[in-house]
Design a protein around this ligand. Structure first.
Ligand SMILES: CC(C)(COP(=O)(O)OP(=O)(O)OC[C@H]1O[C@@H](n2cnc3c(N)ncnc32)[C@H](O)[C@@H]1OP(=O)(O)O)[C@@H](O)C(=O)NCCC(=O)NCCS
Length: 209
């Protein structure tokens, strides 16, 4: 996959050295998830695709964010002060993890933006990039499950044409919440690809601000 670039963020495939940050972002977003995803194992699986968002403008701030920094300031506001980041690493702001369940269908297993970086277009950039990646691989649809109460995620998915296909009752083990099954079909169609192009123009403006 080519590296998609906005000015402040770029998207690329996950590397082994990203695992600590991706795991951190997941456990911060889903503390109830047990067992947590083994990104080391998923990294080696043929059906898995894991894309990460990298901050291109974090070089100075990285020093402040670092748990190793001499300064006590912690703008990420994580109680532990831990961000999963270590000196020399790219600073990751989010990830999306998919399985190619069949040749024709991509399944989003998880998408997360680092808590400190939400509402800046990163989740959208990740979903957009995953859709482009799936289209290039020949998938015709993209599907996922989402908690019925997860308003931000449902809104993001609707924005990209995913519609509710049904419910999985008591799908989540922690609180027996139902999952919505959301799918977008026909992602290879010219109409859909054009709609992605239009969204990218607006998204890049947002990411560049
Ligand atoms: C869902 C999530 C990935 C969105 O990421 P994000 O980087 O904050 O989202 P973006 O800034 O790219 O927003 C894109 C769209 O998502 C929707 N959205 C994001 N946050 C929202 C919020 N708090 N309320 C309502 N809609 C929201 C909107 O449709 C938004 O488009 P808009 O800005 O034109 O209104 C993020 O909230 C997250 O990591 N949540 C925790 C993990 C999670 O629940 N993942 C989904 C599991 S299925």
């Amino acid at each position: 996959m080519e590296k998609s670039k906005g000015h402040n963020q770029s998207i690329r495939k996950m590397k082994v050295e990203d695992i600590s940050q991706v795991s951190f972002i997941e456990s911060d977003a889903f503390p109830q998830l047990f067992p947590p995803t083994s990104f080391r194992r998923e990294f080696q699986r043929k059906i898995s695709t894991i894309l990460v968002a990298v901050s291109n403008s974090q070089m100075v701030e990285k020093e402040e964010f670092s748990p190793y920094s001499k300064t006590t300031r912690n703008p990420l506001n994580y109680r532990s002060g831990n961000t999963g980041w270590k000196p020399g690493m790219d600073f990751l702001t989010g990830f999306i993890f998919l399985w190619d369940t069949t040749i024709e269908e991509s399944h989003v297993m998880s998408i997360c933006t680092r808590r400190s970086h939400r509402r800046k277009g990163i989740g959208e950039f990740l979903l957009y990039s995953a859709l482009i990646n799936s289209i290039k691989k020949g998938a015709r649809s993209l599907t996922l499950e989402v908690r019925v109460s997860n308003v931000p995620a449902i809104s993001l998915y609707k924005k990209y044409g995913l519609a509710t296909q049904g419910l999985r009752k008591s799908y989540y083990a922690d609180n027996h919440e139902d999952a919505k099954i959301m799918t977008v079909y026909d992602i290879q169609s010219l109409d859909y690809r054009n709609s992605l192009n239009d969204k990218l123009v607006r998204l890049q403006e947002r990411l560049n601000n």
